[in-house]
Design a protein. Structure first.
Length: 364
């Protein structure tokens, strides 16, 4: 693998010398995500293919930490964890069999369990990055520790490769729950949001929720996870009709991997709002994370939609689209402080601007 890394480093140095942009690619399962690159610009880009730099470097089940190279298939990592009855608790999406660990972290996306376990960023312990000089930089490590200053390794989560290609990542892992069960309830959107609010005030082992209006009526799905006694007690308090294990797993996987029919909508907006926010009434909606994440199939003008979401204290990202509205950034404009940090880090790690230009921010 050292030869592969040397080749990647040489490719980066060559691109920097020529000031030629590099498109970082792992499994290419998330090419749709982020700012689109103009075809003319894309022709001038070279591809930095990370898929060959793969393999699990270190996995100590007793320490609840796994370290793997960026090109390692996500399925390989999760398969190794599953053999030890462990998992990536943030339930990362697999948009294709080719999905890699590096792409998983660079996109920063989390699945249905995020509402209970936390986001991907919360599980990043350390990362190695190839900067534009071809040097491997090491941020963080393999243990939890309290340190002063900003944790750069966590800032790399969701950075879409604009600071450079991840070459290695260390993540916290978690034991799988002893038991899981899923129920479905009939509830309107307002009723579902009221139930979410009610459940948040109770010690219920809820690990995932989803609401959608379907041809079979409005449906609220709830997954509970934990010890047998906790699951049994939780189901008694929640009620609803039990869903068999096979059907339940297929449903939650369809949300995680976005194979559910709702995700074929275009344009598809990803809305993040305070969970207690009332129905937005902006179009067909699928709700997750106890109301905190809402997928919206809406044709409203982007500026109007974002203004209405911002009025609720949230933000909106254009997640999937056929044609992006002119002059509208895909991601909700970040706070000034975050943009300032991002600019300075970009200048430090990639002053020439060769890595995934404009993939995250239109400005750079």
């Amino acid at each position: 693998m050292e030869f592969v890394l040397s080749e990647l480093s040489a490719q980066v140095m060559t691109a920097r010398a020529a000031q030629r942009p590099l498109s970082i690619r792992g499994g290419a399962s998330k090419r749709f995500y982020g700012e689109a690159t103009d075809l003319e610009d894309l022709r001038s880009h070279a591809v930095l293919d990370m898929s060959g730099y793969r393999g699990i470097v270190n996995y100590q089940p007793s320490e609840l930490v796994v370290t793997a190279r960026a090109g390692t298939l996500l399925s390989e990592v999760e398969g190794a964890l599953s053999e030890k009855n462990q998992m990536l608790a943030f339930e990362p999406p697999r948009f294709a069999a080719s999905s890699t660990l590096g792409g998983c972290v660079a996109s920063g996306l989390s699945g249905p369990r995020r509402m209970a376990a936390g986001s991907l960023r919360d599980f990043v312990l350390g990362a190695k990055l190839l900067d534009s000089s071809g040097i491997v930089l090491d941020f963080g490590g393999e243990v939890m520790k309290n340190v002063a200053g900003y944790d750069v390794s966590r800032l790399l989560a969701g950075s879409m490769g604009i600071f450079g290609p991840l070459v290695e990542v260390s993540l916290k892992v978690a034991p799988k729950p002893f038991e899981e069960a899923t129920v479905v309830l009939a509830a309107s959107e307002a009723e579902a949001l009221a139930l979410f609010s009610q459940w948040r005030g109770q010690p219920l082992p809820i690990s995932a929720t989803s609401w959608q209006a379907t041809d079979q009526g409005d449906q609220l799905w709830v997954r509970v996870s934990g010890s047998q006694s906790a699951v049994t007690s939780g189901l008694q308090k929640i009620g609803g009709s039990a869903v068999d294990e096979t059907h339940a797993r297929a449903f939650w996987d369809s949300l995680r991997d976005q194979t559910h029919a709702f995700f074929q909508s275009r344009p598809l907006w990803r809305i993040a709002v305070p969970p207690k926010t009332l129905p937005l009434n902006l179009g067909p909606t699928l709700i997750e994370w106890n109301g905190g994440q809402r997928w919206l199939a809406a044709t409203l003008p982007a500026a109007e939609l974002r203004a209405r979401v911002a009025h609720c204290g949230g933000h909106a990202s254009l997640f999937r689209y056929d044609a992006k509205p002119s002059g509208i950034p895909v991601f909700h404009p970040p706070a000034d402080a975050l943009m300032d940090i991002s600019r300075r880090l970009k200048q430090a790690l990639d002053p020439v601007g060769i890595f995934n230009p404009k993939r995250l921010f239109p400005e750079f």
